[in-house]
Design a protein around this ligand. Structure first.
Ligand code: ATP
Length: 213
């Protein structure tokens, strides 16, 4: 039987009085590629940030690979998150940014050069992040999120703003990394369907349906 990668147990997340997630429970097996769907404001980003331990739940428990995500700091080593917001420093080059994040995980430069090349960012390695186009910055952000070779990859709208060639590159990259656990929040059904086995839909902070593609 597959190991459980993500176990969200009766989780509620409130921002002030507004509940962005309402008593959500879901289970994702290790190795699953999951699409997280739903209208604007449904709670997708909130759920990804909770799973990544970037925000804490108002109630409930999140277990990642069997451990309570909010009691074990080491769990972040297994998680890679790409959000709408870039974590890259504008004044630094792509290389300087990546080395900065790599150092935090004790990763050497040669260990992430493959990912850099696969995502076609080697040409832009010595360019300052502020000079990158939206799509190139997104690609650099994805390399940053994958730098420590995480087992659980969380992507919030990875395809938005990317040309179809780059979307294809991304799909091919993750296709070559079956075995990892992937959750993609996206409105681009065309692309997520190429990767994901299962869809989970949120509606106003509640799970509305689960389906197989
Ligand atoms: P989209 O498809 O537009 O990215 P989403 O499904 O990712 O939307 P969330 O960003 O998780 O939705 O937002 C869920 C709800 O929580 C929305 O009503 C949003 O306004 C609210 N919300 C999100 N972040 C905050 C915050 N930091 N403070 C207050 N409210 C927030």
């Amino acid at each position: 039987m597959a190991e459980t990668a993500v176990d969200v147990i009766d989780v509620t997340k409130r921002y002030g009085y507004m509940a962005a997630l309402k008593s959500i429970s879901l289970c994702i097996d290790s190795g699953d590629f999951i699409a997280l769907l739903g209208h604007n404001g449904a709670g997708k980003t909130t759920l990804l940030k909770l799973i990544a331990t970037h925000i804490t739940p108002s109630a409930g428990t999140v277990r990642i690979f069997g451990v309570d995500a909010f009691r074990d700091n080491g769990i972040r080593r297994k998680i890679g998150l790409v959000t709408h917001v870039s974590f890259l420093y504008n004044e630094l080059t792509v290389r300087e940014n990546l080395l900065f994040y790599a150092n935090q995980f004790g990763i050497r430069e040669e260990e992430f050069l493959n990912t850099l090349e696969f995502l076609g960012m080697d040409r832009w390695y010595n360019v300052r992040t502020m000079e990158l186009s939206h799509g190139l910055r997104k690609r650099a952000d994805i390399v940053r999120a994958l730098i420590h070779d995480p087992d659980l990859i969380l992507l919030d709208e990875p395809f938005s703003g990317l040309d179809s060639e780059t979307c294809e590159v991304l799909v091919n990259y993750f296709d070559a990394h079956r075995g990892k656990t992937l959750i993609i929040a996206s409105h681009s059904l065309e692309w997520v369907k190429k990767l994901c086995d299962r869809g989970i839909e949120l509606h106003r902070g509640e799970l509305s349906r689960e389906f197989v593609f």
